[in-house]
Design a protein around this ligand. Structure first.
Ligand code: GLA
Length: 758
């Protein structure tokens, strides 16, 4: 057997068996010699390269089905494939569909060659894995169509570091004369040999994103998707297949996500023989890409992981990967500014004096960044006006933005500004001048959402025009942060810029236009920190994180709700990507009153900030906030670098808890919450995870109200992991305290810190 052996990819050149492997995972497939198609052999926890692979092949005799070569065993319906096509004997959903000039969809792509290249793929402005990783290696398999010159290139990247395989596909048309319609182009497909899995995914709606749902697979299809023009509040582009007996800490779990912010489809299809096909990629709804002569279409990258340590292993693999290979490295290790945003403090009702009062107070509290949200431009006193008219409202800000920014700067704070670049209100000069730039058919219904319309970002002129307006503002004042919002989905999609035969390209071109504007902004303003937002978490995904290193996780700022939202988001996204703010009570979304300390104790596990009128607080509250900010600054490196452990779920427990632990500095932070306060409570212990068993730690309970220590003790790591933190008090000989103890409350929280003592 001849072999080609890069460190991470072993290839049996003769039998064309490909094995991608690192210490954690293995991915194995081969070329079926008789038909030249790719057969999936194994994806899972690491195995050595098999001595032989023949025993991995199963073919049962199923005479009732269609056969590719006249042989009972040649039905593709019964072969686990790598990148299947619907119809050529396989009746499950395919990964791609090409419409040929005769109107048929009959493809026959066969193995042609492989190539190994070092590093990750560079996909230009399409978000992709990046940054130096000397072990990263990419295997590209070229498939050649039997009926045309079309080629499919399947890319697989693996590196030593993470239990991650990155998959994507390039469709190449080398023909000089003929065009083809690409009508389905998923990023990957994977056939697993059984169906004993739960499907876990994140769903929601505005102000209740990232809700975890876990259901056992059924025969047939279970799908999540978005056809809204953005990845959406409704479904996150992520799915996991978990063995039913797998838990947070143990068992087999597969995870898949997309580095993409537009329409997507993710699904698990179980056939009648219990084979599970999972796939993820651009949504095929209304997708029709004209693959012109000598052109290519590149799918977004899908990121796959496999964990043997339950959901934690999956989440940590994704979180590491996002921090190391997706998020802009300039922001990954740098402390993020702790901000105050005026939205829930003032809404549209502000003037310079009011803002500066907020900023002064913010400085007194030692905040870093003052963010001016919606309402500073055009004549925007409510949400029905002025989007697309990015000129300062001189009624509210007579001295202009540069004056406001410099006043804020002089106070010692950075200044940030809200934009909603993709939107347009009909009362703007832009809408009058360029009605054709609005998404929709000029002679048909155009629905509005939040009183606004969407600009046609598939048209490069529109992107340039918005960039020019934004650049003028960003040059005019010292602005170091932008909150890029997007508050409605696209319906009645139509672009006056695209010819009829290219309308099916609209949604993808739109999101590429969004990425292009991000690219232009970052290039022109390299110091700019951008926070993405889409009515909260309507576009919180791996694609947007490539450009905006933090995202506003949800418009719901209630601490209890945020426990679920942030816990759900942590399934794959790192804490440092989740914007999380302390806001007022009663909370503006749910009317709940939670203690200030709990609001902070939840928001601390994210990119921390404030969003309330800090000029209307009592001296006690202000002192408390000052203490919180001081504490937040001290734990920021931990939040950015530490590993995240979910200890108890807010979806199932009245006492959710989580932990961040940095194995380098051997420091940790633990948040423990009690939603409702039970009478006569039971005993509770909180077992920690990820510690060094023999390490002596100082376990300190922090009083966030004044940043003081409530208690401290020295404990070994194994004790904290096996016995846990004892959460009840020992009242021996203190019976009288029953009458003096502080009244227990609902929505309580406790914070513990771990430090090494040697
Ligand atoms: C959206 C955002 C909010 C705020 C408003 C402003 O709802 O998610 O944070 O910026 O828009 O209109």
């Amino acid at each position: 057997m001849m072999t080609t052996d890069s460190q991470l990819i072993t290839i049996d050149d003769q039998n064309l068996v490909f094995h991608l492997h690192n210490q954690q995972i293995s991915y194995l497939f081969r070329v079926i010699p008789e038909i030249g198609q790719l057969e999936q052999l194994y994806f899972g926890p690491a195995i050595q390269t098999p001595i032989d692979y023949h025993h991995l092949i199963v073919r049962d005799l199923r005479p009732a089905d269609n056969q590719l070569t006249g042989d009972y065993t040649s039905s593709l319906e019964h072969i686990q494939q790598e990148y299947p096509c619907f119809g050529t004997t396989d009746f499950r959903q395919g990964a791609y569909a090409i419409k040929y000039p005769d109107g048929d969809y009959i493809s026959e792509f066969k193995y042609q060659k492989f190539e190994i290249t070092p590093g990750y793929l560079n996909l230009g402005e399409l978000p992709h894995a990046r940054y130096h990783d000397e072990t990263a290696t990419t295997l590209t398999i070229t498939l050649q169509d039997a009926y045309s010159l079309l080629q499919i290139l399947l890319h697989y990247t693996i590196s030593q570091e993470n239990a991650i395989i990155i998959r994507s596909t390039t469709f190449r048309n080398p023909d000089t004369t003929t065009s083809y319609h690409l009508q389905r182009a998923l990023s990957f497909s994977l056939d697993l040999p059984d169906a004993n899995y739960d499907l876990l995914h994140l769903h929601g709606a505005w102000a209740k994103e990232m809700q975890i749902e876990r259901r056992h697979l059924m025969t047939g299809r279970m799908a999540i998707d978005s056809d809204r023009g953005a990845s959406s509040h409704q479904h996150n582009p992520f799915l996991a297949l978990a063995r039913p007996d797998s838990t947070e800490t143990q068992g087999l779990v597969y995870g898949a996500t997309l580095l993409y912010s537009g329409n997507f489809l993710g699904q698990a299809e179980v056939d009648n023989y219990d084979v599970t096909r999972i796939s993820l990629g651009i949504s095929p709804t209304q997708f029709d890409w004209l693959l012109q002569p000598q052109s290519e279409f590149q799918t977004p990258e899908a990121v796959l992981t496999c964990s043997q340590t339950g959901l934690t292993g999956m989440s940590q693999a994704f979180q590491n990967f996002f921090c190391e290979h997706v998020i802009d490295q300039r922001w990954v290790d740098q402390p993020k500014p702790i901000l105050i945003n005026n939205w829930e403090a003032t809404y549209f009702d502000f003037d310079e004096a009011k803002l500066l009062k907020l900023a002064q107070q913010a400085k007194a509290l030692d905040l870093d960044l003052f963010v001016l949200d919606d309402g500073w431009f055009g004549k925007r006193d409510s949400d029905n006006s002025s989007l697309g008219n990015w000129t300062v409202d001189h009624h509210k800000l007579p001295a202009g933005l540069s004056h406001l920014a410099s006043e804020v700067n002089q106070l010692g704070l950075k200044f940030g500004l809200w934009f909603e670049p993709e939107m347009i209100s009909l009362d703007t000069p832009l809408a009058a001048e360029h009605p054709e730039w609005i998404v929709g058919h000029p002679q048909k219904r155009r629905s509005q959402g939040r009183n606004q319309y969407v600009l046609d970002f598939s048209n490069p002129d529109v992107v340039s025009a918005i960039f020019e307006q934004m650049a003028a503002i960003l040059h005019s004042a010292a602005i170091s942060y932008v909150k890029w919002d997007m508050n409605r989905y696209i319906s009645e999609a139509f672009s006056t810029y695209l010819p009829a035969e290219r309308q099916g390209e609209f949604y993808h071109r739109y999101i590429m236009g969004v990425y292009h504007l991000y690219h232009l902004l970052i290039t022109e303003f390299p110091e700019l920190l951008i926070e993405s937002c889409a009515g909260g978490g309507g576009r919180f995904d791996g694609g947007i994180l490539y450009y905006a290193s933090q995202g506003w996780t949800s418009d719901d700022t209630d601490a209890v709700e945020r426990l679920k939202i942030q816990y759900g988001a942590s399934m794959l996204y790192p804490l440092q990507s989740m914007g999380s703010h302390v806001s007022a009570v009663p909370n503006h979304q749910v009317g709940r009153r939670t203690p200030l300390s709990t609001r902070a104790a939840v928001a601390l596990f994210g990119t921390f900030g404030y969003e309330l009128d800090i000029t209307k607080l009592t001296a006690t509250e202000l002192a408390e906030i000052k203490a919180q900010i001081q504490f937040a600054k001290s734990v920021q490196p931990l939040i950015q670098k530490g590993k995240f452990y979910r200890l108890a779920s807010p979806f199932t427990s009245n006492r959710p808890a989580w932990e961040v632990y940095d194995s380098e500095t051997k420091t940790g932070l633990i948040g423990y919450y009690q939603i409702l306060n039970p009478a006569n409570p039971s005993y509770h212990r909180l077992q920690l995870r990820g510690l060094v068993p023999t390490q002596k730690y100082q376990l300190t309970e922090i009083n966030l109200s004044n940043n003081t220590i409530l208690s401290t003790e020295e404990v070994f790591g194994d004790e904290l992991q096996n016995i846990g933190i004892i959460l009840n008090k020992d009242y021996t000989n203190k019976a009288a305290e029953y009458w003096q103890r502080p009244q227990p409350t609902d929505f309580a929280s406790r914070l513990f810190q771990l430090k090494t003592t040697e």
